[in-house]
Design a protein around this ligand. Structure first.
Ligand code: F6P
Length: 374
């Protein structure tokens, strides 16, 4: 294996708290441990297409551990295989710019590329290795915690903290006004953020994509609480939740990439609940608050471990692999095992069962049982 002297690093897709911890750990261990130079690409793969780069030195990563976002910048629209270019007349053109990425990788004299991203970004990295021979190492990232082959992704713990804090706040105002409060959280096709924050925040109802819901059990739960003198309820709704006989709700669809942004299901649910219970219903869509701000300690630690281990994989030449948390250890996983496969909540899994035994409703129960037993 040829000697590693210089590597590139980029962050792709949506940001997540803890990205800077990865960049810092990678850069520090590259320089201090291995004497390797690090070139950062700005704004994901578009930085590789358009040669937006700068060298990362120790001073560049000083003080970034508590910082949210990514010092490198990122984008959802940087896929070099379907590169979106904005033309002078304001229209957009899609073309394959992957050969430019490979050429720029050579021109910069890089020996490896570390790609920090979610499923989409890691799939692109794998393809760049397969089709253009770029030696890549992946670092999994997403607040959604939905990546296969890793037990947890950094950003998730912070998102759950933020959503739990929101639930605590909603509880006090819900109780004062005797209202039903809906909190819509992120997560795309996975209900991890909703489930974890719902349990941590003492929600009465948790609606997740993995368990299509009906309104009747939700209403039964609200009445059961009402009947025992608790005239308010807290409902966590994952943005990807869908009614048993209906569809997910999208905010928008990107006309060029076809990317669908989920969101708004709770606005559809609110008038139904209000109409059927006669109680006031209010909606809070937490949105990007879950992604912004300082990472919690767990996400800083996980990001740091992944960054340092990614550098070790580079030095050992274990390309086309991603670092992943398995149990207590960070391991190397072949990229193809990690991509195009979502890790979803198991509707029969332990945490769902524990939640059910506390009386949390998921919307698939028999409404009569809720009235009878709770
Ligand atoms: O994948 C992370 C995530 O925050 C999802 O939970 C959410 O659906 C999506 O990104 C939002 O994307 P954007 O930042 O493009 O609106």
């Amino acid at each position: 294996m040829s000697k590693i002297r210089q590597i590139g690093v980029l962050t792709g897709g949506g940001d997540a708290p803890g990205l800077n911890a990865v960049i810092r750990a990678l850069t520090k261990s590259a320089i201090l441990d291995h004497g390797v130079r690090v070139i950062g690409f700005n704004d994901g793969f578009s930085g590789m297409v358009e040669m937006k780069t700068h060298e990362l030195g120790l001073h560049d990563v000083r003080g970034i551990l508590p910082r949210g976002g990514t010092i490198l910048g990122t984008t959802n629209r940087g896929n070099p295989f379907e590169y979106v270019e904005r033309l002078a007349d304001g229209t957009e053109r899609v073309s394959d710019a992957s050969a430019t990425v490979a050429k720029n990788f050579e021109r910069l004299g890089l020996d490896a590329l570390v790609v920090i991203g979610g499923d989409g970004t890691l799939s692109i990295a794998h393809r760049l290795m397969q089709e253009h021979g770029i030696p890549v190492v992946g670092v999994p990232k997403t607040i959604d915690n939905d990546l296969a082959a890793t037990d947890r992704t950094f950003g998730f713990a912070t998102a759950v903290e933020v959503a739990t804090d929101a639930l605590d706040r909603l509880h006090t105002t819900a109780e004062s006004h005797h209202r039903i409060m809906l909190l819509e959280v992120m997560g795309r096709e996975a209900g991890w953020i909703a489930l974890h924050s719902g349990v941590a925040g003492g929600a009465d109802v948790v609606l997740i994509p993995e368990i299509p819901f009906q309104v009747e059990p939700v209403i039964a739960k609200v009445w059961a609480r009402q009947n025992r003198g608790t005239p308010f309820s807290i409902v966590v709704v994952a943005e990807g939740a869908r009614p048993k006989d209906g569809d997910q709700v999208y905010q928008s669809v990107d006309p060029v990439t076809g990317w669908k942004r989920l969101g708004g299901i709770s606005y559809e649910l609110a008038p139904i609940l209000q109409g059927k219970t006669g109680l006031e219903v209010r909606v809070t869509v937490l949105g990007h608050i879950q992604r912004g701000g300082s990472p919690c300690a767990d996400d800083r630690i996980l990001g740091t471990r992944l960054g340092a281990e990614a550098m070790r994989l580079v030095m050992r030449g274990r390309f086309d692999h991603m670092v992943a948390l398995r149990g207590e250890e960070i391991e190397a996983v072949p990229m193809e095992k990690a991509i195009n496969r979502l890790k979803l909540v198991d509707p029969n899994g332990q945490l769902v069962r524990n939640a059910r035994s506390l009386g949390i409703v998921f919307g698939d129960e028999d409404p009569d049982e809720i009235l009878d037993t709770r």
